[in-house]
Design a protein around this ligand. Structure first.
Ligand code: GLU
Length: 415
């Protein structure tokens, strides 16, 4: 199958929203493209003495509501169009959560699994050397994403602080706790998503204590989702996968033991007392809740008719294509769309920025309460819009978010 262009998907979703809102064509045109793109080459000295030139991007999509915000992905298959799509979704995500921020995304084409810590540090610092003029606590604030982590953020914050000659903790979020990170940032994406699952379960009449869950992807979001599904709800995790394959157990899986196994062997596969399951088959399991927590475009028109889950909670960015959306909606599957479901990460990132500006740090409980409030309000604003306009949950999320961005653009006199 030809690989779907993620930016075309994002534009198509926006076009649908423009129709629903009867958006004027000038505003629509502005919203279809990023306001700024930075392309850099990054010659990194490798451990063997050679120099390898990596390519990196930072796309700043729209800053009508505030400085742009969004993660940085390190991925071998990164493309500029993927970063554009993700930057657009960050714009809608921040608006939907009513954060005073616009949207951006960064990406570097590299394979961190094959690089040493030293090589990764040099790459991370060089990326900042190349884009530092265009970022800052009041301009654009990066964060972690696929294959970047608090250590990556620490190097990047340090590099930026060195260049500008002062400590600038607020330039980046998702930092380690000892250098301006926020309590509760680590599991924020999964936790925020589960607050929306809790609300969705009420809407769909599902008892979460008896619910079964399948999770695709076992990185930060996938692992924390598994662990929190058990501790917050008491649900049973029956299937888990990663890029190498999946495992299934009717009796249920222990998320901590699976994590340990993955740390030891490099994958969840071959976990004792389970049967193997492919990533494709996992998506089609007869479970109450399906959580795609890996990469984009995994639910398409080909497999959407076979999805049996009652709720699809999209912790990944862009897992479902527009064609698949139509099918799931017709089949009565309740989709919690990505830029609602996974907004917990950027929401706690925003709390982190606030704490950095204040130089006063909150306790974890306070972060959880504030996150719960934000996610619950956002979920219900989307649900209400979906009922009001008779549209699916993704279109409803677009309606709420795009309206807010357009209002800011109008107030600023851009349109
Ligand atoms: N990378 C995360 C996302 O896609 C978090 C972004 C952030 O914290 O700025 O939402």
């Amino acid at each position: 199958m030809e690989k779907l262009n993620l930016f075309s998907v994002a534009q198509k979703q926006l076009d649908q929203c423009a129709k629903i809102l009867n958006l004027d064509s000038n505003t629509h045109e502005i919203l279809r493209v990023p306001m700024r793109e930075i392309h850099v080459s990054l010659p990194v000295r490798m451990d063997d003495g050679s120099i390898k030139v990596f390519r990196g991007f930072r796309v700043q999509y729209n800053d009508a509501r505030g400085p742009t915000k969004g993660g940085i992905r390190f991925h071998p298959e990164e493309t500029i169009d993927t970063v554009r799509a993700l930057a657009a979704w960050m714009t809608w995500k921040c608006a939907l959560l009513d954060l005073p921020l616009g949207g951006a995304k960064g990406g570097v084409i590299c394979n961190p699994k094959q690089m040493s810590q030293g090589e990764l540090e040099r790459l991370s610092r060089l990326y900042i050397d190349r884009i530092w003029q265009f970022i800052g606590p009041e301009k654009d604030i990066p964060a972690p994403d696929v294959y970047t982590n608090p250590q990556t953020m620490a190097w990047m914050m340090d590099e930026y602080s060195k260049i500008v000659g002062k400590n600038q903790f607020g330039v980046i979020t998702g930092k380690p706790l000892g250098i301006g990170g926020s309590a509760g940032r680590d599991d924020a994406t999964a936790r925020g998503g589960l607050y929306t699952v809790r609300e969705a379960a009420k809407e769909c009449g599902i008892d979460l204590r008896k619910a079964t869950v399948a999770i695709q992807g076992y990185g930060n979001a996938g692992y924390n989702a598994a662990s929190l599904c058990k501790t917050l709800f008491g649900s049973e995790i029956v299937a888990i996968s990663d890029s190498k394959g999946g495992i299934f157990s009717k009796k249920g899986l222990d998320p901590e033991a699976v994590l340990e196994h993955k740390a030891k062997t490099g994958s969840v596969i071959n976990f004792p007392d389970t049967r193997p399951i492919s990533n494709e088959a996992l998506l089609e399991l007869d479970v109450d809740i399906l959580i795609p927590a890996a990469l984009e475009n995994v639910i398409t028109d080909l497999n959407a008719p076979k999805i049996k889950a009652k709720i699809v909670a999209e912790l990944a960015n862009g897992p479902t294509t527009p064609e698949a959306d139509d099918i799931l909606y017709k089949n009565g599957v309740h989709v919690i769309p990505d830029f609602l479901c996974n907004a917990g990460g950027v929401t706690v990132s925003y709390f982190e920025m606030v704490q950095n500006f204040y130089m006063y740090y909150w306790e974890e409980k306070e972060v959880h309460e504030r996150l719960d409030k934000k996610m619950t309000i956002a979920y219900h604003s989307v649900l209400d819009a979906s009922k009001e306009y008779s549209i699916n949950m993704r279109q409803a999320a677009y309606v709420v978010a795009v309206k807010r961005v357009v209002e800011a653009m109008k107030l600023r006199g851009w349109v």
